[in-house]
Design a protein around this ligand. Structure first.
Ligand SMILES: NC(=O)C1=CN([C@@H]2O[C@H](COP(=O)(O)OP(=O)(O)OC[C@H]3O[C@@H](n4cnc5c(N)ncnc54)[C@H](OP(=O)(O)O)[C@@H]3O)[C@@H](O)[C@H]2O)C=CC1
Ligand SMILES: Nc1nc(=O)c2c([nH]1)NC[C@@H]1CN(c3ccc(C(=O)N[C@@H](CCC(=O)O)C(=O)O)cc3)C=[N+]21
Ligand SMILES: [Mg+2]
Length: 311
């Protein structure tokens, strides 16, 4: 039997609707959520991200801007921009697109971001908070993956999770989040022996590699949940994930497509982190703002459905 396709696009729309309600409340409290994305050079995956994020932020009622800089931008100029954004009261979230072009020191740039505005969750203070289980911004793609599992009703505790990929942006933080939810986590990478065999033990398999269709159907444990983070360009310019979708869906119980899976969730969680930063600036409890927004958003969609105006 073919797997359930996890509707990342639809679930992300729900999260964005909730964040939109929170944004109205925060705007009324004098803190309209503001997000600035810094894009240096022309990384293709970053361009997909920037395009989709602008529209989503706009619709959720955020102030959003993208600062585009040429690939030859000197380090000092990039650091000066970060300092300017740190000092700007209208900016609650700063995201510097990675990877940066050669010659720029991403580590130094990320360290320069005010941790409270580091909505990507990459500053060492936020990385430490993640592993310690204390409050801080969590990276967007990993938290989007967990949100997808939760909103699809897939259990995490006690299950074997295999995360392929160990980047600071995706693999490592996702492993930390799954561990915090009591999964038994294995992190795999380019030096892992018998990757296919390891994957076959996974109840939850995540591919965050950046190699089109690396994960084949016979790597999937029957009944597993498969999350495909990869964004690769096919020969015809289309987007392709790290999982051979048509093969994998024959064995998995649930699987995310590309596009329409993890990618839209990354954007929804970026907006949520930015709204959380605005809430804290307004002196409000972000979790409480979201809990209330969730109820209001659910009421609105129920009454829209009741009046025949389903979204
Ligand atoms: N959907 C979304 O929202 C997002 C998608 N992405 C996409 O996800 C993918 C991964 O991104 P990111 O984590 O930043 O990538 P990185 O290039 O930073 O990391 C890739 C990881 O994959 C591992 N790897 C490479 N080749 C193999 C292989 N043959 N077998 C096993 N492991 C391998 C690498 O191992 P090693 O460490 O040994 O080199 C590394 O740990 C990319 O396609 C990216 O575009 C990224 C962010 C968000
Ligand atoms: N500092 C930093 N943080 C990141 O989180 C980060 C980054 N740099 N650099 C690039 C990668 C890539 N990334 C994506 C986010 C959303 C989509 C996305 O919206 N995907 C849609 C695409 C839809 C389409 O346009 O066809 C989908 O999968 O459905 C893709 C890719 C975030 N990244
Ligand atoms: Mg996707």
């Amino acid at each position: 039997m073919a797997a359930e396709t996890i509707d990342g696009k639809g679930i992300a729309a729900l999260v964005r609707a909730e964040v939109g309600v929170a944004a109205q409340r925060l705007t009324a409290a004098g803190q309209r959520p503001g997000l600035t994305v810094v894009l240096v050079g022309e990384d293709p995956a970053s361009q997909v991200y920037v395009r989709n994020k602008d529209r989503a932020a706009d619709r959720a009622g955020f102030r959003v801007e993208t600062r585009k800089l040429p690939a030859q931008t000197p380090q000092a100029e990039l650091l000066a921009l970060v300092a300017e954004l740190n000092a700007d009261e209208a900016v609650h979230g700063i995201l510097v697109q990675l990877p940066l072009p050669g010659g720029l020191d991403a580590d130094a740039v990320v360290r320069a971001i005010d941790p409270a505005k580091d909505v990507d969750g990459l500053h060492p203070d936020n990385v430490a908070a993640l592993w310690m289980g204390t409050p801080g911004h969590r990276p967007c793609t990993p938290s989007g993956c967990v949100e997808l599992l939760d909103r699809t009703g897939i259990d995490i505790a006690g299950r074997n999770a295999v995360v392929i990929g160990r980047s600071l942006l995706v693999g490592k933080p996702l492993a930390a989040l799954l561990l915090a939810r009591n999964a038994t986590v294995t992190i795999a990478h380019s030096r892992t022996a018998d990757l296919a065999g390891l994957a076959r033990g996974a109840d939850i398999l995540v591919a965050a590699v950046g190699r089109a269709e690396l994960v084949r159907g016979n790597w999937i444990k029957p009944g597993a949940a498969v999350l495909d983070v990869g964004i690769n360009r096919g020969a015809d310019g289309s987007l392709v994930g790290d999982v051979a979708f048509d093969e994998a869906r024959e064995r998995a119980a649930a699987i995310t497509p590309v596009p329409g899976g993890v990618g839209p969730m990354t954007i929804a969680m970026l907006l949520r982190n930015t709204a959380a930063a605005a809430a804290r600036r307004a002196g409000l409890d972000a979790e409480q703002v979201f809990a209330e927004a969730r109820l209001i958003a659910a009421e609105r969609s129920a009454s829209a459905a009741g009046s025949g105006l389903a979204r």
